[in-house]
Write a protein that binds this ligand. Structure first.
Ligand code: NAD
Ligand code: AHE
Ligand code: ZN
Length: 370
């Protein structure tokens, strides 16, 4: 079939909107009509050329929601008409990783996914002249139709609005999951969140859900503080307004350091500040941000010797097929909020505007509705 897509032809160039060919689902695969997709900073990271795994031409996008149109041979858990959220972290429920309760990093299809291919080593997308187009993070939600493995789809409540729950495909789950699944924050904790964008705000929302007493938000952009307060931030710090050392300031503000700190910027210097503003003896710092190729984190080992813990999280530690439907229900039940964070709704033809808004720091989440 033909479908409409925003294609990343090469790094650093705007996406090109065009008709592309899409082959139907093979065994174990599912054809999905994408109804809406968010634009995450990770899409920008890959498009910019900073992603060591970035391959072109590709159809980016990994924060979608849609409807199953057709299933391939052997697919048993989904049928046409089901509402689904694509999962860049699948859940096969069989691999060594899925069977280990310590991780959510299903590895069943990770190798081919990283190569922009379906599990059989081929791509379903091509240009009208036959040039192959690669998949991205196993999702490619910047196409109106896409093909995914059955294990990379969460079946969700059909009453939930696509233009809101697409955000659960990455940002919401990553932020809330970092708090609940990865850090396991306790009631009464003090926390610091670096970066108050689409992920950081969901960390704040997760901290409020977990009952944190103090939630400090740190961002270079003052305009992000208003929304963060609405979601539970108690104190705001703009590093540009701090006289002297940022870490010393944060340690004092949190009465000796935070119980939990989170990096949602992708900047390795911020990651260091996040680790060092965690409390001596027990503070834990969680890296969420994705750093460019070649970037490395550093700190004095003494920071760890004296009890701080450095950890990371992918997709908020969530097991997609199990946890994502529950998070959709939390949204439908009013336990979590999504709508105010979706600051812009665009058509596919306007998708590059979504990247511009992100670059200018004017959006939290832009969502493309097909
Ligand atoms: P975003 O652009 O919406 O937000 C980033 C925020 O960080 C902005 O508000 C910006 O002003 C702020 N910021 C930038 N540099 C800063 C600095 N030096 N100090 C303080 N604040 C600073 O991006 P997002 O969609 O929220 O994504 C955030 C990061 O999380 C990205 O690196 C993204 O790739 C990553 N991410 C990781 C996962 C995961 O599973 N680990 C999932 C989604 C996104
Ligand atoms: N390809 C990059 C790493 C990108 C990365 O860390 N991706 C996160 C999800 S970001 C979603 O917005 C992730 O889940 N990583 C786990 C995985 O297996 O990719 C690089 O540096 O090579
Ligand atoms: Zn993302």
């Amino acid at each position: 079939m033909r479908t409409r897509a925003a294609v990343a032809i090469e790094a650093g160039k705007p996406l090109e909107i065009m008709d592309v060919n899409l082959e139907g689902p093979k065994a174990g695969e599912v054809l999905v009509e994408i109804k809406a997709t968010g634009i995450c900073h990770t899409d920008e990271f890959t498009l910019s050329g900073a992603d060591p795994e970035g391959l072109f031409p590709a159809i980016l996008g990994h924060e979608g929601a849609g409807v199953v149109l057709e299933v391939g041979e052997g697919v048993t858990s989904l049928k046409p008409g089901d509402h689904v959220i694509p999962l860049y972290t699948p859940e096969c429920r069989q691999c060594e990783y899925c069977l280990n309760p310590k991780t959510n990093l299903c590895q069943a299809i990770r190798t081919t996914q990283g190569q922009g291919l379906m599990p059989d080593g081929t791509t379903r997308f091509s240009m009208l002249d036959g040039t192959p187009i690669l998949h991205y993070m196993g999702c490619s939600t910047f196409a109106n139709h896409t093909v995914l493995p059955e294990i990379a789809l969460a079946k969700v409540n059909p009453d939930a609005p696509f233009d809101k729950i697409c955000y659960i495909g990455c940002g919401v789950t990553t932020g809330i999951g970092a708090v609940i699944n990865t850090a396991k924050v306790e009631i009464g904790s003090r926390a610091i969140v670096f970066g108050l964008g689409g992920i950081g705000l969901n960390v704040i929302q997760g901290l409020r859900l977990a009952g944190a007493d103090q939630i400090v938000g740190v961002d270079l952009n003052d305009s992000k503080s208003q929304m963060a307060r609405r979601f539970g931030m108690t104190d705001f710090v703009n590093p540009n307004d701090v006289q002297g050392d940022l870490v010393a300031h944060l340690v004092e503000l949190t009465g000796g350091g935070a119980d939990y700190t989170f990096d949602a910027t992708g900047n390795v210097n911020v990651m260091r500040a996040a680790l060092e503003s965690a409390h001596k003896g027990w503070g834990e710092s969680v890296i969420i941000g994705v750093a460019p190729a070649g970037a490395e984190i550093s700190t004095r080992p003494f920071q760890l010797v004296t009890g701080r813990v450095w950890r990371g999280t992918a997709f908020g530690g969530a097991r997609g097929r199990t946890d994502v439907p529950k998070i959709v229900d939390w949204y439908m039940d009013g336990k979590i909020e999504i709508d105010p964070m979706i600051t812009h709704t665009l058509s596919l033809d306007e998708i590059n505007t979504g990247f511009d808004l992100m670059h200018r720091g004017e959006s939290i989440r832009s969502v493309v509705v097909y």
